[in-house]
Design a protein around this ligand. Structure first.
Ligand code: GLA
Length: 405
């Protein structure tokens, strides 16, 4: 039977998405094209991307749906199934400032794509479009719904407008849109994890030089389970930007001790131990996490390559504890989800995923233990928090694509 994120299920949901498109946008002679763009879950390297460290995320089989139909009047019409208020504008007159609404993500990407297109001096004018967004990824839950929309938009419009951008350039457009138009100082992990996904693999991404590699993962031996706390990440944007700033302040204070260091990732454990007392207490805590997490992420890579999932899981749980105690981005709900999962035999490890402050945890478990882990986590969480969390197995994904029904 197809699971909730399986290929069959995705096709069925996209079929419904096309029906929703017609009811929102009306019938028309032009063909509606359908696209899927995954979300991502980060397994290793918590809050390392903006410190230039290594990360190991994977794209997941839940994501954003786009239904797109060309129109001849040069108008871009954006709608979402999650919001009755859309946006219309004429190509060439894109909004110049953000609105604080979801439309900022696609508008930011469209602006980036048009800049590329103008710079390339292409002769073929781009056409207007009706676009309906939807999906099966919880929004604001730490599974990167924003990068899913941005990379998905860059991919789909590159196809529809035939811009000829390669995948790496599409990822860059998505990243620039979030940083420059939406104004979040996000690291590079999320759009890379989505845009460069390969099924059956984690992405090993070195955020210092943007080099990457796909590392195989054996889903016969290890399942990835996601538990949603149901708590929206209220503080996320402000607190996230604060962590980015604190890490950069810690680096400013440490760099004089490490010749040639370009980012916090370059501060080695020995130099940090020697000079940590020079940092004010909060910065010392943040740096403690980053320095140890870099070492841990390299060790986790080795454990993955060795197929040692017990050890891999221990690193994951250590990451959670450091994110909780040193980086202070966890919450009582996330801690409870992690601790409950760890009580079940066959659970290798667990941690919060994404920025933290709410959203989801990820659990690595032996496939035979998954039902028990899910049942136990649901039972403890609902008994203590009065709310039944979604706990589901997620599969990997191949990245953004057009889907024909
Ligand atoms: C958010 C950001 C990512 C990364 C994670 C923390 O998801 O978008 O770039 O910094 O937090 O690992």
């Amino acid at each position: 039977m197809p699971g909730p994120g399986s290929h069959d299920d995705c096709t069925t949901l996209l079929g419904k998405h096309r029906i929703a498109f017609y009811s929102r946008m009306g019938e028309g002679p032009q063909t509606v094209r359908l696209f899927f763009s995954p979300g991502r879950v980060n397994l290793f390297g918590g809050h390392l991307d903006y410190n230039g460290g290594p990360v190991m995320p994977t794209a997941i089989d839940r994501g954003t749906f786009l239904a797109i139909r060309p129109r001849e009047d040069g108008v871009i019409h954006l709608q979402s199934r999650l919001d009755s208020q859309g946006l219309e504008f004429v190509l060439g007159q894109e909004p110049r400032t953000k609105s604080g609404r979801w439309v900022d993500y696609p508008v930011g990407v469209i602006r980036e794509l048009l800049t590329h297109w103008n710079a390339g001096g292409a002769a073929r004018p781009v056409c207007g479009l009706d676009i309906l967004y939807g999906g099966n990824l919880p929004v604001g839950a730490g599974l990167s719904s924003s990068a899913s929309i941005c990379v998905g938009t860059a991919f789909a419009l590159n196809e529809v407008w035939q811009l000829g951008l390669d995948r790496r350039s599409q990822v860059q457009c998505a990243l620039d849109a979030e940083r420059e138009f939406v104004g979040v100082q996000c690291g590079i992990m999320d759009p890379f994890a989505i845009g460069l996904a390969k099924p059956g693999h984690l992405l090993w991404l070195d955020c210092k030089d943007e080099s990457f590699e796909h590392l195989p993962i054996d889903f016969e031996e290890l399942s990835i389970v996601v538990a949603n706390s149901g708590v929206q990440r209220e503080l996320a944007a402000g607190e996230f930007n604060k962590r980015v700033m604190q890490c950069s302040q810690a680096f400013e204070a440490m760099k004089k001790h490490v010749p040639g260091a370009k980012c916090m990732r370059d501060v080695d454990p020995a130099s940090f131990e020697e000079h940590r007392s020079e940092l004010e207490p909060v910065l010392e805590k943040r740096a403690t996490h980053v320095v140890a997490e870099v070492v841990r992420t390299f060790a986790a890579r080795q454990a993955l390559v060795d197929g040692d999932y017990e050890r891999l899981g221990q690193f994951m749980t250590e990451t959670h504890r450091s994110l909780r105690d040193n980086f202070e981005v966890s919450s009582p709900e996330l801690d409870l989800l992690v601790e409950a999962a760890l009580e079940v035999d066959g659970c290798y490890g667990s941690r919060l995923t994404g920025a933290g402050f709410g959203g989801c945890t990820v659990i690595m478990a032996h496939p035979d233990a998954v039902s028990e882990v899910a049942a136990h986590v649901r039972k403890r969480y609902s008994a203590e928090k009065g709310w039944m969390p979604d706990v589901e197995v997620f599969h990997g994904d191949e990245g953004p694509r057009e889907v024909s029904l």
